[in-house]
Design a protein around this ligand. Sequence first.
Ligand code: SF4
Length: 251
Amino acid sequence: MAEEVPGRAELLDALSVIEDALSSGLALSRPCPATLDALDAADAEARAAPAIAASASSGPAGFAPRLKELEVRALSCTACRLASTRLHVVFGEGVAQPLVLVVGEGPGAEEDNQGLPFVGASGKLLDKMLAAIGLSRRENCYIANIVKCRPPGNREPQPDERAACMPYLREQIRLLAPKAILCAGRTAAQTLLDTTEGINRLRLKPHELEGIPLVATFHPSALLRDETLKRPAWEDLKVLRTLFAGAGGVS
Ligand code: SF4
């Protein structure tokens, strides 16, 4: 079993605050101010907790130019119909050789506006969930999506759109060389694992992609809609933590 890092009790407390906050308000379509205050407090605690360092912050030789080249290609991509309605291509964000690559379904409205992944309410929750196990997109994670352009109306990306975009994600995985992959939601898990099994079954099994261990869990937006998913999602995060424990020191 992995050693408990300093501040673990505080992190678990922070998660409890998040859970309580979700129970009290974020299941609503618009979060109430009290809920936001509670989440901000949990966020501050999580930020104060030590992050686990990635194995290398600069990545393998030649990594940065090749990833940049891939991003430049994606920014002008018109390989599927989503190009005609996007505001921005959301390529991804994070560090090289991350402990964990988080893969979501696709950009939502806020992500499309900003050109960054997971920046809306679900993104804030994702950051808090990652922080609770010592992860951060600024220090040891990378976050990307199955499709890089927003499906109109936040609909699910169609199979041909996913197929058109997957070469970008496959190349990202090859270049980033994460220690583990976290699939956030059914679409991401089904696409990466090439299966039609539901998320409730996928999340209970160990998986591998190109030799990289993979954990499937619920999308943060599902947690915002259904508070009963919070505890199983936390169990998934604990499984994820065992996959990268020992891969880096505590910074
Ligand atoms: S979703 Fe992917 S394949 Fe489709 S236009 Fe955007 S970058 Fe290209």
